[in-house]
Ligand binder design. Structure first.
Ligand code: NAD
Length: 311
């Protein structure tokens, strides 16, 4: 337990934007997040294990089509954002924001990057610090893996920390929303973690929603993407139904969309793509499998989506 005095000091530092924040993993999620935090007036270190990416960033170049080189150059000019592949730079940070990949291999979650990111943070972090996990995973990951690594070594070294999970909703390439304007959800380990996270997030994001637990926040992210996966499968099925009935699926969707409530349009297409929809439902299914359960509808939607495109 962190004393009230230390908690208040931590909060004051955040409020005064004196806290140093490390974003761990500079991909589609981490890089715009680092930009958002730096623009809010904090000093940010972007850390990535990929040295090539760090060299490009330090030269003011980009490897993401969704992040222009000029945006990176602007940030470098402010002096509030630096990039490194050297985790030793983490020692001076107060907040560690985990944005490492959580992919699949043969349909199973691969959490190697998550393990190694948390272990690196734990090995180097000093004084009270906040860990924000934004990598998508199944409910229980932040507590069962993240916390257990942090606690184990924290006890050995006598460190204290705050821990929250805050899902990423970034839609790379979508110019309607930015990291700042997208409503932010988070779930915290305890009241102290919730307090510091709220103080930080309110300075970064226009709208913040606190979940009742870390697991609830983790599950909300999966629900968003499972919802899309299931509806994409349904839209594709409607495409096939209409072809068989010699009806125009587009006209039908257009007409159904005139209903002002209870219907959201999804359209037939080649199937699911991107980083999340083809992956996230399997994280949920793997969790269910681990407790001897299943979700028939989600499984079926995944099977249908996997079979596309078919001619
Ligand atoms: N891309 C999206 O649209 C999107 C949307 C919402 C959520 N997410 C989730 O956000 C997380 C990150 O996704 P992304 O698309 O940014 O991934 P990405 O592959 O684009 O980037 C991840 C970065 O992390 C780095 N990395 C890997 N292991 C590391 C480690 N141990 N320490 C430091 N850096 C490390 C990689 O080199 C890479 O640059 C994933 O969990 C993903 O599911 C992604």
């Amino acid at each position: 337990m962190i004393s009230n005095e230390v908690l208040n000091q931590f909060v004051n530092q955040l409020q005064g934007k004196k806290s140093r924040i490390m974003v761990v993993g500079l991909g589609y999620i981490g890089l715009p997040l680092a930009e958002c935090i730096a623009k809010a007036g904090f000093n940010v270190i972007g850390y990535d294990t990929n040295l090539n990416k760090i060299e490009l960033l330090n030269r003011g170049e980009s490897y993401l089509e969704t992040m222009s080189a000029s945006r990176i150059q602007e940030l470098l000019k402010t002096g509030r954002l630096s990039f490194t592949a050297d985790i030793a730079c983490a020692e001076s940070c107060d907040v560690y924001w985990v944005c490492v990949p959580t992919p699949l291999l043969n349909g199973a979650p691969i959490l190697d990057s998550f393990y190694s990111a948390i272990k690196s943070i734990r090995a180097i972090a000093k004084k009270p610090f906040l860990v924000v996990v934004s990598s998508t995973s199944f409910p229980g990951t932040t507590r069962s893996i993240g916390l257990s690594i942090l606690v184990k070594e924290a006890q050995e070294e006598g460190h204290d920390f705050f821990l929250v999970f805050s899902p990423e909703r970034e839609d790379p390439g979508n110019t309607k929303f930015t990291t700042k304007t997208l409503p932010r959800v988070f779930g915290a380990l305890n009241m102290q973690s919730a307090k510091v996270a709220m103080v930080l997030f309110k300075q970064l994001f226009d709208e913040v929603h606190q979940a009742s637990s870390i697991e609830t926040a983790e599950a909300s992210k999966l629900m968003e993407n499972v919802y899309r996966a299931v509806n994409i499968a349904l839209a594709n099925e409607w495409g096939e139904i209409c072809a068989q009935l010699n009806l125009d699926v587009w006209e039908i969707i257009k007409l159904a969309s005139t209903k002002p409530f209870g219907f959201q349009a999804f359209y037939p297409g080649p199937g699911v793509g991107g980083h999340c929809i083809p992956v996230d439902p399997y994280y949920l299914l793997s969790k269910l499998k681990s407790i001897g359960s299943n979700a028939e509808l989600i499984n079926l939607a995944c099977d249908l989506n996997r079979k596309r495109p078919h001619i």
